[in-house]
Design a protein around this ligand. Structure first.
Ligand SMILES: NC(=O)c1ccc[n+]([C@@H]2O[C@H](COP(=O)([O-])OP(=O)(O)OC[C@H]3O[C@@H](n4cnc5c(N)ncnc54)[C@H](OP(=O)(O)O)[C@@H]3O)[C@@H](O)[C@H]2O)c1
Length: 337
């Protein structure tokens, strides 16, 4: 380990399961990178909805992962574990983590790091990994969205949704989105949704049928679940694919599966966090080849709603839980300011 590294760092601990107030600044030893890992001096860390679940005690880190929240960071490589040849100390990277991002340093498998896209500051870079990995693997790999197909994104103004709309559009799909309220719908339209549906005022099933001449959409990305599952199947095209990444309205539903069979539809889903390093590395490689050029050209990019200093992580969670944000909320450290 380089001699100039501090022994201790500021982190955000989850004192006990509960509301945002249980997030407390604490002090921990700076982690040592294990073989195959890099140590990152964190400049900025993205806040994601799964962090709320972890704080509430409902989304434990996978075995071996840090119990500190935080699934993505950007910063500079501070030290290398044995066997790491792809990165050098001082490199500017962003990384997908299984935990540990709300901290001044974090250790992560080298293969889960990507270069900070050219032209990006650390705040924007920190806002990329979680949503871009999630959308890429679910929408393009799992659901196989193709050029010329149609794509419905629920939660269009969320961190995930803003990424999904842009990537769907950039890869040549017709994109539709749902969001709660006129302001969020306007944001979805600005990002490339051909039609943004305010689900509080309109029935999205009828709106999609109307927009697609009755055919329905080829792919749906859903985080809502509950009554949306049957409604999604009702506006999914023949051979359509519905991919679940969360169940904000519940995962237990009563469902008539007849349309699934008759229209040869696929219902699938996945979570990113428990996947192996090799699986995450494969997604990172695909992103580097297919999506990094789009980020660097400004074709797609994270939408930053607001930043908070790391110590104010509780306020960042309050904001996310208020549901008033559009896009991403990011924490910054002293190294990032
Ligand atoms: N499976 C995975 O690998 C994976 C990875 C990352 C994230 N996720 C999930 O993806 C979701 C989005 O994450 P994020 O970080 O982007 O969160 P976020 O920005 O807080 O977005 C949450 C979204 O959910 C919508 N929403 C909440 N309750 C709803 C309801 N009852 N009906 C309809 N929409 C509702 C909100 O939009 P409105 O205000 O328009 O309702 C909001 O846009 C989360 O559920 C998260 O757990 C899954």
């Amino acid at each position: 380990m380089p001699a100039d590294l501090p022994a201790a760092m500021t982190v955000i601990d989850i004192a006990e399961p509960g509301g945002p107030e249980v997030l407390k600044p604490g002090t921990r030893p700076v982690p040592r990178p294990q073989p195959g890992e890099v140590l990152i001096e964190v400049a900025a860390a993205g806040v994601n909805r799964p962090d709320m679940l972890q704080r509430q005690g409902g989304y434990a880190p996978p075995p071996g992962a840090s119990d500190i929240p935080g699934l993505e960071v950007a910063g500079r490589v501070a030290a290398l574990g044995d066997g790491v040849t792809d990165w050098r100390p001082g490199d500017a990277v962003c990384a997908l983590l299984a935990g540990g991002g709300y901290a001044e340093y974090c250790a992560v498998p080298a293969a889960q790091c990507l270069p900070v896209p050219r032209g990006f500051d650390m705040v924007h870079a920190a806002a990329v990994p979680e949503t871009f990995f999630t959308v890429w693997t679910n929408v393009f790999e799992r659901a196989g969205l193709k050029r010329g197909e149609s794509f419905l994104v629920h939660g269009g103004s969320s961190g995930i949704g803003t990424t999904a709309i842009q990537l769907g559009r950039a890869f040549g799909a017709r994109v539709f989105a749902t969001a709660g309220g006129a302001e969020k719908c306007a944001a979805c339209a600005k990002l490339g949704a051909e039609r943004a549906i305010d689900y509080r005022a309109e029935d999205f099933v009828a709106a999609i049928k109307e927009a697609t001449g009755g055919a329905g959409v080829d792919v749906i990305l859903d985080m809502v679940g509950g009554d949306y599952v049957a409604r999604n199947l009702a506006c999914l095209a023949v051979e359509g694919r519905l991919v679940q990444i969360a169940f904000l309205k519940g995962s237990k539903v009563e469902l008539n599966l007849m349309p699934l069979m008759l229209k040869r539809q696929t219902l699938t889903g996945s979570t990113l966090r428990p996947r192996t390093v090799a699986q995450k590395a494969a997604i990172a490689q695909a992103l580097k080849e297919r999506v990094w050029p789009l980020l660097e050209a400004g074709t797609v990019g994270p939408v930053i709603h607001r930043t908070f200093p790391l110590r104010q992580a509780a306020d960042a969670h309050r904001l996310m839980e208020s549901g008033t944000h559009i896009g991403k909320i990011v924490l910054t450290t002293a190294a990032g300011s």
